[in-house]
Design a protein around this ligand. Structure first.
Ligand code: ADP
Ligand code: MG
Length: 260
């Protein structure tokens, strides 16, 4: 069953079509890899899906309902969470607070600003804190709860972004190069975490530069080049697809090679 459908989407910046008439589907429950050389439109695709950009043409559907045209927070509320290629945390806030703002789009100010709290509000606050710790524990960062987010090593900041994404209880989690900058031990840990998220029934759409990781985790893969889809299907079929090999070779690397 289809969870997400990108239908004939074009995203134009001036004279450049960063995405060109792209149609792709993400099925409920799968781990779907979105691949392609640098500049092929992968992040733009995430930006259109998550409402950062309104597409020039086409539609984005979640469970059959059109979501493009909604604001980012509305799309988040509808069940789509994402991480960013360039990490986007509140660096001066604590690790725990970064998770709490991910829940129901609350702000820290809203959270601590309520002076006259009802019993229900205090219970809600306790629930939010408990859930934040649970999520931190899930990604192995509970011991970092009180630290400033900016003081975490790069790999842990990426995990914190994932935990923050999960805080909004998404149906679809989109990861933009989650393994970038991670060493092999951190990557193995990330693989375990992505599998565990998937096992909870959350659908995953991931942009990934590490081909070994993408091929090993994905149920299905879509490959972009110059904003258009050049291949889709099972990982082992994609890997030997001549158009895919050419797209990567043309940019200086075969798809089976690790580019980072
Ligand atoms: P990828 O994530 O596959 O590396 P991007 O989606 O980031 O690729 O970029 C695709 C193309 O769109 C690139 O040529 C990039 O420079 C361009 N692009 C992305 N965002 C913008 C923007 N806001 N304004 C102008 N051009 C953009
Ligand atoms: Mg990108």
């Amino acid at each position: 069953m289809e969870l997400l459908k990108v239908e004939n989407v074009t995203m134009q910046f001036g004279g450049l079509k960063a995405i060109n008439a792209l149609t792709m589907c993400v099925r409920k429950g799968e781990i779907h890899g979105l691949l392609g050389p640098n500049g092929s439109g992968k992040t733009t695709c995430f930006n259109v899906i998550s409402g950062v950009y309104q597409p020039t043409q086409g539609e984005v559907l979640l469970e059959g309902n059109r979501i493009n045209g909604n604001q980012r927070h509305e799309i988040s509320g509808l069940g789509i969470a994402r991480t960013f290629q360039h990490i986007s945390l509140f660096g001066e806030m604590s690790v725990l607070d970064n998770i709490m703002v991910g829940q129901h789009c609350r702000t820290k100010e809203e959270f601590i600003g309520a002076i006259f709290r009802t019993k229900e509000e205090r219970a809600e606050e306790a629930r939010i804190v408990a859930r934040a710790y649970e999520l931190l524990d899930f990604v192995g960062l509970a011991h970092r709860a009180g630290e400033k987010a900016c003081n975490l090593p790069y790999g842990e900041q990426r995990l914190l972004e994932i935990a923050r994404g999960l805080a909004s209880t998404p149906k679809l989690l989109m990861l933009d190069e989650a393994s970038a900058g991670m060493n092999s031990v951190e990557k193995d840990n990330l693989i375990r975490i992505i599998r565990a998220i998937s096992a909870q029934g959350i659908t995953i759409l991931m942009i990934e530069h590490d081909m070994k990781l993408a091929m090993g985790l994905s149920d299905e893969i879509t490959v972009l080049d110059h904003g258009a889809k050049i291949a889709e299907g099972l990982p082992h079929v994609i890997q030997t697809n001549p158009a895919v090999i050419e797209a990567y070779l043309g940019k200086g690397g075969a798809p089976h090679a690790q580019s980072k």
